[in-house]
Design a protein around this ligand. Structure first.
Ligand code: T4K
Length: 416
């Protein structure tokens, strides 16, 4: 099983890289056939224990209990709490809804400081409820909230900070907590990327007042759609649990404004099936990452960081920082050329939330200080990993990248 996964068998078909391309002229962007016969995605789902999933689905159908905190959800919540070492785990229908509910339950209002270098859902979860996301710059090397920059953005309207554990790397948790305590702010973490990752050897999940995970199909651990809010705060947990279910606190009793944020039984069954293969997923991602590192180490302009080797990271994102070498192609030329080869790389999280609507308009004319975010947004390139890509394909991707970087302005010509 491990070996199969290690070579990238997703239980599906293998693509052999096209007989290796030897020269720039053979690149697809210049008119040759693509290197890969099918698309290699950044977010192709890991399937989990398929037989076990099917067994649980049969049981759900027989039970005639499909949602509303059924057996699978209860089992998944217990299993996640134990895995993460946190007191309460509330399964939700997505991380976006989880963030919205956590923000409302804490509650946050007025202004909340968030990084702009994140998926737009982090900002939308605030804006959706008329709370102003105040965009903060990140550290250049870690891509995480810069505590000094956070301090500069605090006003009398600030009620909280949302740290994002981007790429599964833990935020500077202690520094952010210190700022929050000093200013009477609440601290929430968007842990959408950080399931199975640690900070100081401790699983992410119990930091701040609450943390929110994503189990979307594209995450290394998935429930089709879904997520979880985790907290060690009993009172908050009670409110969260009610708000996920319309604010219902008892039979015919509603105590809060709530919504429908419940995870269904079928999603939870997928979660239980994924829990059984989590170590294999991690091993595959680790091997993929090492393979990328080994083959990209000498490609000019390409940096693939070896992140905090003492911490555990799920490595669900392979994030390159690309600085064009003299005369080299731009990041966007490389992206276009990779996609022509069926390598569906992404430029997460370009251009930064502050440059997307409605934030671009809302912040027009304001002196935003997001230089490092903007510089990173021009550099980042995220490559396919997970069980849907095999080591041979990864070697092929690296080889293509090195051809492309050496192609200079010819890649841009291919685009025109
Ligand atoms: N906070 C952060 C920091 C996040 O990154 C996210 C989500 C959230 C909060 C909110 O979490 P959720 O509410 O979604 O639970 C994707 C995901 O949809 C999104 O969950 C994720 N972050 C974000 C980083 O990536 P898109 O629109 O860029 O990509 P998408 O969904 O089209 O998928 C990427 C590629 O994966 C596709 O081109 C094809 C492949 N794919 C996708 C799906 C859904 C598959 O092969 N199979 C599939 O089933 O947002």
């Amino acid at each position: 099983m491990k070996r199969d996964l290690a070579v990238g068998a997703a239980g599906g078909s293998f693509t052999r890289p096209h007989p290796m391309k030897h020269s720039v002229d053979e690149l697809a962007v210049l008119g040759s056939p693509p290197a890969f016969s099918h698309k290699l995605h950044v977010g192709q789902p890991n399937p989990g224990d398929r037989a076990y999933f099917m067994q649980r689905v049969e049981r759900i159908l027989d039970s005639k209990w499909y949602t509303n905190h059924g057996e699978c959800v209860r089992e998944l919540e217990a299993s996640l709490s134990q895995y993460l070492g946190v007191k309460h785990c509330i399964a939700v229908s997505s991380a976006t809804v989880g963030l919205e509910i956590a923000i409302r339950a804490m509650p946050l209002h007025g202004e909340v400081i968030v990084p702009s270098m994140t998926f737009v859902a982090t900002a939308h979860a605030l804006q959706w409820q008329q709370i102003k996301p105040v965009f903060c710059d990140v550290d250049e090397a870690s891509h995480l909230l810069d505590p000094q920059a956070v301090r500069r953005l605090i006003t009398e309207r600030t009620t909280g900070i949302i740290g994002v554990h981007l790429w599964g790397r833990a935020c500077p948790v202690e520094a952010l907590q210190e700022i929050a305590d000093e200013h009477g702010l609440q601290l929430l973490f968007d842990a959408a990327h950080a399931f199975g990752c640690t900070h100081g050897g401790q699983m992410i999940g119990g930091f701040g007042r609450a943390e929110v995970f994503s189990f979307h199909a594209t995450k290394f651990f998935n429930t089709f759609e879904g997520g979880a809010i985790t907290t060690n705060d009993d009172e908050l947990a009670r409110r969260l649990r009610a708000m996920v279910n319309f604010g219902i606190t008892g039979v015919d009793e509603v105590s809060y404004v709530g919504t429908n944020g419940k995870m269904s039984e079928i999603s939870a069954a997928m979660g239980l099936a994924s829990m059984r293969t989590i170590d294999e997923f991690l091993a595959v991602n680790r091997l993929n990452h090492q393979t990328y590192q080994r083959h990209l180490a000498h490609v000019p302009g390409v940096l693939l960081r070896d992140w905090a080797p003492l911490e555990r990271n799920n490595l669900q994102y392979v994030v390159l920082e690309y600085t064009p070498p003299p005369g080299g192609p731009s990041r966007d030329d490389i992206l276009r050329a990779l996609q022509a080869e069926n390598v569906m790389a992404r430029k997460y999280f370009w251009p930064g939330c502050h440059r997307m609507e409605p934030y671009r308009t809302l912040n027009a004319g304001l002196p935003l200080q997001l230089e490092r975010t903007e510089a990173l947004a021009e550099k980042l390139l995220v490559l396919p990993t997970g069980t849907g890509v095999n080591l041979q394909e990864i070697e092929g991707i690296c080889h293509l990248l090195s051809l492309m970087v050496g192609a200079g302005s010819r890649l841009a010509q291919g685009a025109s």
